[in-house]
Design a protein around this ligand. Structure first.
Ligand SMILES: Cc1cc2nc3c(=O)[nH]c(=O)nc-3n(C[C@H](O)[C@H](O)[C@H](O)COP(=O)(O)OP(=O)(O)OC[C@H]3O[C@@H](n4cnc5c(N)ncnc54)[C@H](O)[C@@H]3O)c2cc1C
Length: 604
């Protein structure tokens, strides 16, 4: 098989700095290999058979040096796409340039990428590249194998479980970190690699014009960068395990008592015909793409509808979930369209194309020639795959994983998102192109207040996309709750010391209605599965209570849990950095604390 692997050498988040003008200081930053790219390279080496593996990276000459190092791991050739005019490319311009490079290099059966680069953390280039190449793609893959002679089988990690998908090359797959640890390089191969030449492709070789690449070819622009210092909490510390465990039990009980039940919320639908105010039926639209009718999606609809009173707020629900679709009217939507399919199809490129076709139709006479000014998508795993594919279909910019949105009077959507393990936040705008697109972090908006007086009838649309990916099976995660949506997260670090200890923590999690999580070191040690990993290269959680057992508090771990309402840290080392980020610290052995905690909790 002929395989291209797109890689990106990245700066280490722990090393980043911002200057007096709030600009990122890039000079002198040591580059490391992006962890998920390493998985992609190793997966390619295992799959290639008699074929070849070609690494492609876009960057400056320093990135070329990293490529040289990678040749020593058994890769056939490496290509550096580099030109001063390419500086400042956003994901759209990067994907366009990589697309041209892959076409220049000849056809590939398979394109592999890491699921996300740890500097910008967008994960947008792989889906955008697949759309430009006109091939199907799967993101967030933990296992990729041949299935018979012509097909590929892969496991995609989702919030609620893992599914096995079947697809036929040519295709693009993006891999999760640590799925395939990169094989070591021998001294001999390192020597050989130094002698190999790296091919360099510039703008001219790719037939690109200056308008197509770099800042000029980028729909989005970073307006400002700010250093995030808000994570410090430094709450009380307790050195007595018993007293600490008792307080922890009270905190867990308090969360359980305040537990929100979604069933309490939505008022039932009103069956009368639409009585929506005609006044709000205007030609400019803001479109919310909904995977489901969950509380997070309804909140996104409410927040999107409130962004601008000059725009009509519309929802496309991607699967027919029954009468629930009407809840979007109560959450603020003026129009709701539903794709008439029983469940979300597995092929994200087909979904993106179907949405794009419909959005184009909206600007025809049939729909009053309205213009779609902005599109919002929930930044779930599937949302973060569908959104970039849609942006590429529409030829527009997209900002990933936004934590805040506002709309200026001139209709410019100001999008704020974290970067570099949440150490920075960037304010991004898309001035030139429309629609302006953002994927929005689930859970950042308050629960939607449903207005029973607003009601309407959804319109059902045939699903026009052609699916090139088949779902083979789905395995639902079991346990005390799904990590991303859990109110209480019980997290294990390397300090718990064994796989058995993690199993025991799992029992405590079940008993207390918590979800189980882990640090990367706990995953590396084999105590916990990767699906539990919280942090820069794992899951981002925002529970009401995060309990860190035997976790030191690295920058990369904090990136995944610093949004928790309350943090409790249990660590034997009083100097562990996690205590600076905890509301309550217990300086004691985690096992002693958890044993007492369990007794206290059961007796409360
Ligand atoms: C590119 C990159 C990406 C990364 N992504 C992530 C990520 O997504 N998530 C992540 O977590 N890390 C990530 N890391 C790794 C990160 O840098 C740290 O190495 C990791 O978070 C440390 O995990 P830990 O706190 O469990 O282990 P350690 O740092 O080894 O800490 C273990 C702690 O346990 C305490 N301890 C020991 N025994 C006990 C006991 N009996 N009771 C109580 N406490 C005890 C110790 O005092 C110590 O503080 C990444 C690193 C890189 C370079």
């Amino acid at each position: 098989m002929k395989i291209a692997v797109c890689v990106k050498p990245v700066p280490d988040a722990a090393e980043i700095r911002v200057n007096d003008q709030n600009m990122l200081v890039r000079d002198g930053l040591p580059l490391i290999m992006n962890p998920s790219d390493e998985s992609a390279i190793e997966a390619a080496l295992r799959l290639k058979g008699d074929g070849e593996v070609c690494l492609v990276t876009m960057g400056n000459l320093t990135a070329g040096n990293v490529l040289k190092g990678l040749l020593a791991h058994g890769v056939g050739r490496a290509v550096l796409v580099s030109d001063p005019a390419m500086a400042g490319s956003d994901t759209f311009a990067t994907a366009k340039t990589l697309y041209k490079a892959l076409i220049y290099l000849g056809g590939f059966d398979l394109i592999l990428c890491g699921r996300r680069a740890i500097d910008s953390e967008t994960g947008q280039v792989p889906p955008e590249l697949a759309v430009f190449l006109g091939i199907p793609f799967v993101t967030n893959v933990t296992c990729l194998e041949l299935n018979g002679k012509r097909c590929l089988k892969c496991d995609r990690l989702l919030e609620t479980g893992e599914e096995t998908l079947i697809l036929t090359p040519p295709a693009l797959v993006s891999l999760c970190e640590y799925s395939y640890p990169l094989r070591p390089a021998s001294l001999f191969s390192m020597k050989n690699a130094q002698a190999k030449k790296i091919m360099i492709l510039d703008m001219k070789a790719l037939g690109q014009s200056a308008e197509e690449c770099g800042l000029a070819g980028s729909p989005t622009r970073v307006r400002q960068m700010n250093l995030n210092e808000a994570q410090l909490r430094s709450g009380d510390c307790e050195a007595d395990a018993r007293a600490g465990a008792r307080k922890l039990a009270e905190m867990v009980m308090a969360v359980a008592a305040s537990e929100y039940s979604p069933k309490k919320l939505p008022p039932r639908k009103n069956t009368a015909d639409s009585v929506l105010s005609q006044e709000r039926i205007r030609r400019k639209k803001i479109l919310i793409i909904a995977e489901d009718t969950s509380q997070d999606t309804l909140s996104l609809c409410a927040a999107g509808s409130a962004l601008s009173y000059d725009m009509e707020s519309c929802v496309i629900l991607l699967a027919n979930t029954g009468t629930d679709a009407e809840l979007f009217f109560m959450a603020g939507a003026d129009k709701v369209w539903v794709f008439d399919v029983p469940e979300l199809p597995p092929d994200d490129s087909a979904i993106a194309r179907a949405i794009a076709d419909f959005v184009r139709k909206l600007s025809t006479e049939m729909y009053g020639q309205s213009s779609v000014e902005a599109i919002l998508v929930s930044a779930t795993t599937r949302g973060r795959a569908i959104a970039p594919a849609l942006a590429a279909e529409m030829g527009t910019g997209l900002t990933a994983d936004c934590c805040s949105l506002s709309m200026a009077d001139n209709g410019l959507l100001v999008q704020t998102r974290p970067a570099y393990a949440s150490r920075l936040s960037a304010e991004i705008v898309c001035e030139r192109d429309r629609p302006q697109m953002a994927s929005v972090r689930p859970g950042i908006f308050q629960a939607a207040l449903l207005d029973e007086s607003r009601h309407g009838k959804p319109e059902y649309l045939p699903f026009t996309g052609i699916c090139r990916i088949k779902r083979d099976s789905f395995r639902l995660f079991t346990g005390a709750g799904h990590l991303r949506n859990a109110d209480i997260v019980l997290a294990a670090g390397k300090g718990i010391g064994s796989r058995e200890a993690f199993t025991w923590l799992g029992e405590i999690a079940s008993e207390t209605g918590s979800a189980l999580a882990a640090s990367r070191s706990a995953v590396d040690m084999g105590y916990a599965p990767y699906s539990c990993q919280v942090g820069q290269t794992g899951v981002v959680v925002r529970p009401k209570l995060y309990i860190a057992c035997g976790i030191s508090g690295s920058v990369q771990h904090l990136a995944g849990m610093s949004g928790a309402e309350k943090v409790v840290a249990i660590n034997t080392d009083p100097r562990a950095p996690i205590f600076d980020y905890a509301d309550f610290g217990i300086i004691a052995d985690w096992q002693d604390v958890m044993e007492i905690f369990l007794n206290e909790y059961q007796s409360l």
